[in-house]
Design a protein around this ligand. Structure first.
Ligand SMILES: C[S@@+](CC[C@H](N)C(=O)[O-])C[C@H]1O[C@@H](n2cnc3c(N)ncnc32)[C@H](O)[C@@H]1O
Length: 347
């Protein structure tokens, strides 16, 4: 892709109005505004966006949220949620991905705060509270280790875009048949697969060795956004992420023939985001595809083999050839590492 081409397709702006005007360029696929998302939202016309997918700062002390507290989180959302709803088309969707704020050992589910505000916005209706679970993160000591976050999916109105087919998953028992009625004995499942449900346990979070990892401390996986882009927006639709980070939502949009506009305060993240969007278009961006199976350790590898003292600690007979680490062992016997904050943003 030549330089000129690239800037026609993807560009970063420092003026919100210029960013919004650039959407009229028919060649444009991805637009980034480097600045405060409230400015971008104010500059955007009403009813212009098909889908919003975002993950706001969680106020857990990342460099972009120093000094934040829950009151600031609530204040920000009192402004952002109505503004994002205004720019959303009737029938469009708004997906807010959040985890937990933990301070002094006390946990606040951030989606409770989002729901409290969003449910008062006329026309906005919650369709699902999706649980995204993953296997890795910090280990808790005085509470269970956090291994899930949630996505609140709202629609603007009742007549909303929803296409299950691109995100269907293989049935466990595809050979099931109707057991009574005129179709008795015939296959009962959808040949394209079944509804993926509101629990998504097949998408690993972005830790150090993930192929998508950048210098951003809390990017979410492209596959997570891709599930939402594919099911909740039409081809050529416009997808918005007001807290776009390194544009994981944008990459999901551009890889699937949607357009993208995002806002991000940090110029460093915008630079990475721009590169990733170009890579999403020319196919060079490294992505962990949705259908990639969750890695299983080789049972003979050192990392999957319990050290000999584990067996003694568990009062098991023989340390030799002890099986891989099990779930269900009492935490008190395992010398877990201390951590107070657990979430995908707490990496
Ligand atoms: C949780 S991260 C989002 C990461 C993103 N989902 C990704 O995968 O790259 C939140 C981002 O919001 C940005 N941010 C915080 N306040 C903002 C604001 N008022 N306007 C625009 N961006 C903001 C932060 O710099 C941070 O990169």
């Amino acid at each position: 892709m030549s330089k000129t081409n690239q800037h026609d397709l993807v560009k970063v702006y420092r003026q919100a109005t210029s960013a919004v005007q650039s959407l009229n360029n028919p060649a444009r696929r991805g637009t980034l505004f480097q600045g405060d998302c409230t400015k971008l939202l104010d500059a955007m016309p009403s009813n212009s966006v098909d889908l919003v997918v975002t993950s706001p700062p969680y106020c857990i002390g990342k460099e972009y949220e120093k000094g934040w507290d829950l009151d600031r989180f609530k204040q920000l959302h009192q402004t952002i949620l109505p503004a994002a709803t205004r720019v959303l088309k009737d029938g469009g969707s708004l997906c807010w991905e959040v985890g937990y704020h933990v301070k002094d050992g006390v946990t606040t589910p951030l989606d409770f705060l989002i729901f409290e505000i969003a449910s008062k916005i006329p026309g906005l209706k919650l369709r699902n509270r999706i649980v995204w679970s993953y296997e890795h993160g910090l280990h808790g000591v005085r509470r269970f280790s956090g291994r899930h976050e949630t996505i609140l999916w709202f629609t603007k109105g009742d007549n909303y875009y929803f296409d299950l087919d691109p995100v269907r998953v293989r049935q466990k028992y595809p050979g099931k048949t109707h057991y009574k009625g005129p179709k008795a004995g015939q296959p009962s499942g959808n040949p394209l697969g079944k509804n993926p449900s509101d629990v998504w346990a097949h998408i690993p979070n972005v830790k150090a060795k993930h192929v998508e990892k950048t210098s951003h401390p809390c990017q979410f996986p492209i596959a997570l956004a891709e599930q939402l882009v594919l099911s909740l927006s039409p081809e050529e639709g416009l997808v918005l992420d007001p807290f776009s980070g390194v544009a994981s939502t944008g990459a999901a949009a551009l890889r699937n023939t949607r357009k993208f506009i995002g806002a991000e305060l940090s110029s460093d993240y915008c630079t990475i985001a721009e590169e990733r969007l170009v890579g999403a278009l020319d196919g060079t961006l490294k992505v962990r595809e949705l259908e990639t199976p969750i890695a299983q350790p080789d049972p003979r590898s050192k990392v999957a083999t319990a050290p000999s003292h584990f067996a003694a600690a568990r009062a098991e007979p023989s340390p030799e050839g002890a099986p891989a680490f099990h779930q269900g062992i009492p935490a008190t016997s395992l010398n877990d590492v201390s951590a107070q904050v657990t979430s995908s943003q707490a990496q």
